[in-house]
Design a protein around this ligand. Structure first.
Ligand SMILES: [Zn+2]
Length: 365
Protein backbone atom coordinates (compact mmCIF):
# COMPACT_ATOMS: atom_id res chain seq x y z
CA UNK A 1 0.00 0.00 0.00
CA UNK A 2 1.52 3.39 -1.01
CA UNK A 3 2.57 5.67 1.82
CA UNK A 4 0.76 8.99 2.02
CA UNK A 5 2.30 11.95 3.78
CA UNK A 6 -0.25 13.81 5.81
CA UNK A 7 -0.83 17.44 4.68
CA UNK A 8 0.55 18.88 7.92
CA UNK A 9 3.76 16.88 7.60
CA UNK A 10 4.21 17.91 3.95
CA UNK A 11 3.71 21.59 4.86
CA UNK A 12 6.34 21.19 7.57
CA UNK A 13 8.73 19.57 5.07
CA UNK A 14 8.19 22.45 2.63
CA UNK A 15 8.83 24.99 5.38
CA UNK A 16 12.06 23.22 6.36
CA UNK A 17 13.20 23.25 2.73
CA UNK A 18 12.40 26.97 2.32
CA UNK A 19 14.17 27.92 5.55
CA UNK A 20 17.26 25.94 4.61
CA UNK A 21 17.75 27.80 1.29
CA UNK A 22 20.60 30.15 2.06
CA UNK A 23 21.53 33.14 -0.03
CA UNK A 24 25.03 33.53 -1.38
CA UNK A 25 26.36 36.73 0.10
CA UNK A 26 28.78 38.71 -2.05
CA UNK A 27 31.38 38.47 0.70
CA UNK A 28 31.41 34.65 0.39
CA UNK A 29 32.17 34.58 -3.33
CA UNK A 30 35.51 33.99 -4.99
CA UNK A 31 36.59 35.55 -8.26
CA UNK A 32 39.03 34.46 -10.97
CA UNK A 33 41.08 37.29 -12.45
CA UNK A 34 43.36 36.98 -15.48
CA UNK A 35 46.63 38.63 -14.41
CA UNK A 36 49.10 37.42 -17.05
CA UNK A 37 49.13 36.15 -20.61
CA UNK A 38 52.40 35.30 -22.36
CA UNK A 39 55.22 32.78 -22.73
CA UNK A 40 57.42 33.32 -19.69
CA UNK A 41 56.68 33.76 -15.99
CA UNK A 42 58.29 33.69 -12.57
CA UNK A 43 56.25 32.97 -9.44
CA UNK A 44 57.78 33.20 -5.98
CA UNK A 45 56.55 32.94 -2.40
CA UNK A 46 56.91 31.11 0.90
CA UNK A 47 55.92 27.45 1.40
CA UNK A 48 54.42 27.19 -2.09
CA UNK A 49 52.36 24.07 -2.71
CA UNK A 50 52.44 23.24 -6.40
CA UNK A 51 49.92 20.83 -7.93
CA UNK A 52 50.52 19.95 -11.59
CA UNK A 53 47.85 18.30 -13.73
CA UNK A 54 49.36 16.99 -16.95
CA UNK A 55 47.65 13.67 -17.68
CA UNK A 56 48.58 12.56 -14.18
CA UNK A 57 48.88 14.65 -11.07
CA UNK A 58 52.10 15.71 -9.41
CA UNK A 59 52.31 17.48 -6.06
CA UNK A 60 55.37 19.39 -4.84
CA UNK A 61 55.38 20.98 -1.37
CA UNK A 62 57.48 23.73 0.18
CA UNK A 63 58.77 25.41 -2.96
CA UNK A 64 60.15 28.93 -3.15
CA UNK A 65 59.84 29.55 -6.85
CA UNK A 66 58.18 28.30 -10.04
CA UNK A 67 59.62 29.56 -13.32
CA UNK A 68 58.06 28.71 -16.67
CA UNK A 69 58.86 29.26 -20.32
CA UNK A 70 57.07 28.11 -23.48
CA UNK A 71 59.30 26.76 -26.25
CA UNK A 72 58.67 24.39 -29.16
CA UNK A 73 55.10 23.59 -28.12
CA UNK A 74 56.15 22.54 -24.58
CA UNK A 75 56.04 24.37 -21.27
CA UNK A 76 59.36 24.00 -19.41
CA UNK A 77 58.97 24.39 -15.68
CA UNK A 78 61.62 24.82 -13.00
CA UNK A 79 60.43 24.35 -9.43
CA UNK A 80 62.98 25.50 -6.88
CA UNK A 81 62.82 24.02 -3.39
CA UNK A 82 65.71 25.40 -1.32
CA UNK A 83 68.76 24.07 -3.21
CA UNK A 84 66.71 21.36 -4.93
CA UNK A 85 65.58 21.89 -8.51
CA UNK A 86 62.74 19.99 -10.24
CA UNK A 87 62.61 20.39 -14.00
CA UNK A 88 59.54 19.35 -15.99
CA UNK A 89 58.36 19.60 -19.56
CA UNK A 90 54.58 19.82 -19.88
CA UNK A 91 52.11 19.31 -22.77
CA UNK A 92 49.55 21.80 -23.86
CA UNK A 93 46.36 21.72 -21.74
CA UNK A 94 48.25 21.21 -18.48
CA UNK A 95 47.35 23.21 -15.38
CA UNK A 96 49.40 24.17 -12.34
CA UNK A 97 47.66 25.22 -9.11
CA UNK A 98 49.79 27.16 -6.65
CA UNK A 99 48.96 28.12 -3.07
CA UNK A 100 51.21 29.59 -0.41
CA UNK A 101 52.20 32.77 1.36
CA UNK A 102 53.48 36.07 -0.04
CA UNK A 103 52.80 34.98 -3.59
CA UNK A 104 54.36 37.15 -6.26
CA UNK A 105 53.97 36.92 -10.05
CA UNK A 106 56.66 38.62 -12.13
CA UNK A 107 57.39 40.87 -9.14
CA UNK A 108 53.79 41.82 -8.30
CA UNK A 109 52.22 40.54 -5.04
CA UNK A 110 48.85 38.79 -4.88
CA UNK A 111 46.45 37.47 -2.26
CA UNK A 112 44.68 34.14 -2.75
CA UNK A 113 45.98 31.38 -5.02
CA UNK A 114 47.08 31.00 -8.65
CA UNK A 115 46.18 28.77 -11.54
CA UNK A 116 48.62 28.59 -14.44
CA UNK A 117 46.95 27.25 -17.60
CA UNK A 118 49.02 26.23 -20.62
CA UNK A 119 47.03 26.22 -23.84
CA UNK A 120 47.65 26.93 -27.52
CA UNK A 121 51.33 27.75 -27.15
CA UNK A 122 50.77 30.36 -24.46
CA UNK A 123 50.29 30.57 -20.72
CA UNK A 124 47.64 32.40 -18.76
CA UNK A 125 47.84 33.00 -15.01
CA UNK A 126 44.59 33.39 -13.09
CA UNK A 127 44.47 34.78 -9.55
CA UNK A 128 41.69 33.13 -7.52
CA UNK A 129 40.65 35.00 -4.38
CA UNK A 130 37.64 36.15 -2.33
CA UNK A 131 35.70 38.93 -4.07
CA UNK A 132 36.24 41.34 -1.16
CA UNK A 133 40.04 40.87 -1.31
CA UNK A 134 39.98 41.37 -5.08
CA UNK A 135 38.26 44.74 -4.47
CA UNK A 136 41.20 45.80 -2.23
CA UNK A 137 43.31 45.72 -5.40
CA UNK A 138 40.70 47.41 -7.62
CA UNK A 139 39.46 50.50 -5.73
CA UNK A 140 42.89 52.25 -5.50
CA UNK A 141 43.48 51.53 -9.19
CA UNK A 142 40.23 53.29 -10.12
CA UNK A 143 40.43 56.32 -7.80
CA UNK A 144 43.27 57.83 -5.70
CA UNK A 145 43.43 56.28 -2.21
CA UNK A 146 43.57 59.77 -0.59
CA UNK A 147 40.09 60.81 -1.80
CA UNK A 148 37.37 61.30 0.87
CA UNK A 149 36.05 58.19 2.56
CA UNK A 150 32.50 58.39 1.11
CA UNK A 151 33.93 58.63 -2.43
CA UNK A 152 36.08 55.53 -1.81
CA UNK A 153 33.04 53.70 -0.40
CA UNK A 154 30.97 54.63 -3.47
CA UNK A 155 33.75 53.30 -5.73
CA UNK A 156 33.93 50.07 -3.70
CA UNK A 157 30.17 49.47 -4.16
CA UNK A 158 30.41 50.23 -7.91
CA UNK A 159 33.43 47.95 -8.37
CA UNK A 160 31.72 45.11 -6.45
CA UNK A 161 28.56 45.45 -8.57
CA UNK A 162 30.58 45.52 -11.81
CA UNK A 163 32.53 42.40 -10.77
CA UNK A 164 29.40 40.44 -9.83
CA UNK A 165 27.77 41.28 -13.15
CA UNK A 166 30.81 39.84 -14.89
CA UNK A 167 31.06 36.70 -12.76
CA UNK A 168 27.52 35.93 -13.80
CA UNK A 169 28.30 36.47 -17.45
CA UNK A 170 31.21 34.04 -17.79
CA UNK A 171 30.11 30.44 -17.18
CA UNK A 172 32.53 27.86 -18.62
CA UNK A 173 35.44 30.30 -19.00
CA UNK A 174 38.82 30.03 -17.29
CA UNK A 175 38.44 33.42 -15.63
CA UNK A 176 35.74 35.99 -14.76
CA UNK A 177 37.55 39.28 -15.42
CA UNK A 178 40.92 40.51 -16.58
CA UNK A 179 43.04 43.04 -14.71
CA UNK A 180 42.98 45.77 -17.36
CA UNK A 181 40.63 48.58 -18.33
CA UNK A 182 38.67 46.03 -20.40
CA UNK A 183 37.23 44.96 -17.04
CA UNK A 184 38.44 47.15 -14.21
CA UNK A 185 42.07 47.77 -13.34
CA UNK A 186 43.40 45.38 -10.64
CA UNK A 187 46.97 45.50 -9.31
CA UNK A 188 46.79 42.83 -6.64
CA UNK A 189 48.23 43.29 -3.17
CA UNK A 190 50.99 45.54 -4.51
CA UNK A 191 48.37 48.20 -5.32
CA UNK A 192 46.59 48.22 -1.94
CA UNK A 193 46.25 51.07 0.59
CA UNK A 194 44.74 50.98 4.11
CA UNK A 195 42.25 53.74 3.20
CA UNK A 196 40.76 51.84 0.25
CA UNK A 197 40.81 48.49 2.09
CA UNK A 198 38.78 50.19 4.82
CA UNK A 199 36.25 51.50 2.25
CA UNK A 200 35.81 47.94 0.96
CA UNK A 201 35.34 46.60 4.51
CA UNK A 202 32.84 49.33 5.46
CA UNK A 203 30.62 48.43 2.48
CA UNK A 204 31.21 44.66 2.68
CA UNK A 205 28.79 42.77 0.40
CA UNK A 206 26.88 45.90 -0.74
CA UNK A 207 25.89 46.35 -4.37
CA UNK A 208 23.82 48.64 -6.60
CA UNK A 209 20.36 47.20 -7.26
CA UNK A 210 17.50 48.16 -9.51
CA UNK A 211 14.21 46.30 -9.02
CA UNK A 212 16.08 43.80 -6.85
CA UNK A 213 18.53 42.92 -9.64
CA UNK A 214 22.15 43.94 -10.04
CA UNK A 215 22.31 47.26 -11.88
CA UNK A 216 24.58 47.77 -14.89
CA UNK A 217 27.02 50.24 -13.43
CA UNK A 218 29.42 52.37 -15.42
CA UNK A 219 31.82 55.03 -14.25
CA UNK A 220 34.23 57.43 -15.83
CA UNK A 221 36.71 60.12 -14.75
CA UNK A 222 35.02 63.46 -15.52
CA UNK A 223 31.67 64.07 -17.22
CA UNK A 224 32.30 67.75 -17.95
CA UNK A 225 28.81 68.90 -16.93
CA UNK A 226 26.31 66.21 -17.96
CA UNK A 227 26.47 62.41 -17.98
CA UNK A 228 25.80 60.42 -21.14
CA UNK A 229 23.28 57.75 -22.23
CA UNK A 230 24.92 54.32 -22.68
CA UNK A 231 23.14 53.75 -26.00
CA UNK A 232 25.02 56.73 -27.48
CA UNK A 233 28.34 55.10 -26.69
CA UNK A 234 27.93 51.33 -27.08
CA UNK A 235 24.60 50.87 -28.88
CA UNK A 236 23.36 48.88 -25.91
CA UNK A 237 19.96 48.68 -24.25
CA UNK A 238 18.50 51.63 -22.33
CA UNK A 239 18.37 51.63 -18.56
CA UNK A 240 15.91 53.79 -16.59
CA UNK A 241 18.64 54.72 -14.10
CA UNK A 242 21.11 55.71 -16.82
CA UNK A 243 19.16 58.59 -18.31
CA UNK A 244 21.96 61.11 -17.85
CA UNK A 245 22.09 63.76 -15.12
CA UNK A 246 23.45 67.26 -14.85
CA UNK A 247 26.66 67.31 -12.82
CA UNK A 248 27.96 70.53 -11.35
CA UNK A 249 30.51 68.73 -9.20
CA UNK A 250 33.48 67.87 -11.43
CA UNK A 251 35.06 71.30 -11.94
CA UNK A 252 38.11 70.42 -9.80
CA UNK A 253 39.13 67.77 -12.34
CA UNK A 254 42.24 68.49 -14.42
CA UNK A 255 40.08 67.37 -17.37
CA UNK A 256 37.36 70.02 -16.92
CA UNK A 257 38.66 71.80 -20.04
CA UNK A 258 41.22 70.51 -22.53
CA UNK A 259 42.67 71.38 -25.92
CA UNK A 260 44.13 68.92 -28.40
CA UNK A 261 45.88 69.77 -31.65
CA UNK A 262 45.76 67.28 -34.53
CA UNK A 263 47.43 67.60 -37.93
CA UNK A 264 45.04 68.94 -40.51
CA UNK A 265 46.01 66.19 -43.00
CA UNK A 266 45.13 63.48 -40.48
CA UNK A 267 41.88 65.23 -39.58
CA UNK A 268 40.75 65.54 -43.21
CA UNK A 269 41.69 61.94 -43.95
CA UNK A 270 39.03 60.76 -41.50
CA UNK A 271 36.59 63.68 -41.23
CA UNK A 272 36.73 65.04 -44.79
CA UNK A 273 37.52 68.63 -45.79
CA UNK A 274 33.98 69.91 -46.18
CA UNK A 275 32.20 72.30 -43.89
CA UNK A 276 31.87 70.94 -40.38
CA UNK A 277 28.40 69.56 -39.73
CA UNK A 278 27.78 68.43 -36.15
CA UNK A 279 24.91 66.44 -34.67
CA UNK A 280 24.84 66.69 -30.86
CA UNK A 281 23.16 64.36 -28.42
CA UNK A 282 21.12 65.42 -25.38
CA UNK A 283 24.19 65.64 -23.12
CA UNK A 284 25.97 68.07 -25.46
CA UNK A 285 28.36 65.43 -26.80
CA UNK A 286 29.04 64.93 -30.48
CA UNK A 287 26.89 62.11 -31.82
CA UNK A 288 28.13 62.55 -35.40
CA UNK A 289 30.46 64.95 -37.19
CA UNK A 290 30.29 64.98 -40.99
CA UNK A 291 28.49 61.63 -40.70
CA UNK A 292 31.26 60.03 -38.57
CA UNK A 293 30.28 58.74 -35.11
CA UNK A 294 31.61 60.87 -32.24
CA UNK A 295 32.92 57.73 -30.51
CA UNK A 296 34.92 56.82 -33.63
CA UNK A 297 36.30 60.33 -33.89
CA UNK A 298 37.32 60.14 -30.22
CA UNK A 299 39.20 56.90 -30.74
CA UNK A 300 40.90 57.92 -34.04
CA UNK A 301 42.26 61.17 -32.57
CA UNK A 302 42.66 59.83 -29.03
CA UNK A 303 40.44 62.59 -27.62
CA UNK A 304 39.66 62.64 -23.87
CA UNK A 305 35.89 62.76 -24.55
CA UNK A 306 33.25 63.50 -27.21
CA UNK A 307 32.06 66.60 -25.29
CA UNK A 308 33.64 69.01 -27.75
CA UNK A 309 32.94 72.72 -27.51
CA UNK A 310 35.08 74.10 -30.32
CA UNK A 311 36.88 73.03 -33.50
CA UNK A 312 39.20 75.52 -35.20
CA UNK A 313 40.64 74.54 -38.57
CA UNK A 314 43.97 76.31 -39.03
CA UNK A 315 46.43 76.22 -41.91
CA UNK A 316 48.29 73.07 -40.80
CA UNK A 317 46.49 71.99 -37.65
CA UNK A 318 43.03 71.50 -36.23
CA UNK A 319 42.53 72.73 -32.66
CA UNK A 320 39.89 70.78 -30.74
CA UNK A 321 38.56 72.14 -27.43
CA UNK A 322 36.54 69.94 -25.13
CA UNK A 323 35.43 69.06 -21.63
CA UNK A 324 35.65 65.92 -19.50
CA UNK A 325 37.47 62.60 -19.66
CA UNK A 326 35.92 59.24 -20.46
CA UNK A 327 32.72 57.93 -22.04
CA UNK A 328 30.55 59.96 -19.65
CA UNK A 329 28.13 57.14 -18.77
CA UNK A 330 27.03 56.52 -15.16
CA UNK A 331 28.98 57.85 -12.20
CA UNK A 332 31.34 60.80 -12.70
CA UNK A 333 34.32 60.02 -10.42
CA UNK A 334 35.52 63.62 -10.01
CA UNK A 335 31.91 64.57 -9.25
CA UNK A 336 31.79 61.75 -6.71
CA UNK A 337 34.95 63.19 -5.06
CA UNK A 338 33.41 66.66 -4.72
CA UNK A 339 30.06 65.35 -3.45
CA UNK A 340 31.91 63.37 -0.76
CA UNK A 341 33.81 66.51 0.27
CA UNK A 342 30.50 68.40 0.50
CA UNK A 343 29.20 65.82 2.98
CA UNK A 344 27.06 63.52 0.80
CA UNK A 345 27.10 59.84 1.78
CA UNK A 346 28.18 57.11 -0.66
CA UNK A 347 24.52 56.10 -1.02
CA UNK A 348 23.51 59.71 -1.87
CA UNK A 349 26.32 59.91 -4.44
CA UNK A 350 25.35 56.67 -6.17
CA UNK A 351 21.63 57.61 -6.20
CA UNK A 352 22.45 61.05 -7.61
CA UNK A 353 24.18 59.63 -10.68
CA UNK A 354 21.96 56.53 -10.98
CA UNK A 355 18.47 57.77 -10.00
CA UNK A 356 16.09 55.05 -8.83
CA UNK A 357 18.71 52.50 -7.71
CA UNK A 358 19.23 51.26 -4.17
CA UNK A 359 22.38 50.11 -2.39
CA UNK A 360 21.89 46.90 -0.47
CA UNK A 361 23.48 43.55 0.38
CA UNK A 362 23.90 41.14 -2.52
CA UNK A 363 21.86 37.99 -2.00
CA UNK A 364 22.68 35.98 -5.09
CA UNK A 365 20.06 37.32 -7.48
ZN1 LIG B 1 30.73 65.37 -13.63
Amino acid sequence: MPMRIKPLISIAIILIIISSVSFTEASELTIRVLIYQGKEFSISGNSLEVSIKNGEQLFIKNSDRVDGRVNSSRLSIKIIEGDKLNELSLDTSSTIDITGENISVNGNNYRGSLRVIYRSNSVIIVNILPLEEYLYGVVPSEVPYYWSKEALKAQAVLARTFALKNIRNTPGKDYDLDDSQNSQVYRGKSGEYNETNEAVDLTRGEVVLYNNSLASVYFHSTCGGHTELPENVWKVEKFPYLNGVECGYCNDSPWTNWEITVKRDAWEKTMGNGEIDIEYDGSGRILRLNGIDGTRMRSVFNLPSTLIIGIEVEEKDVLIKGKGLGHGVGVCQWGMKKMAELGFSYRDIISYYLPGVTVDAYRGF
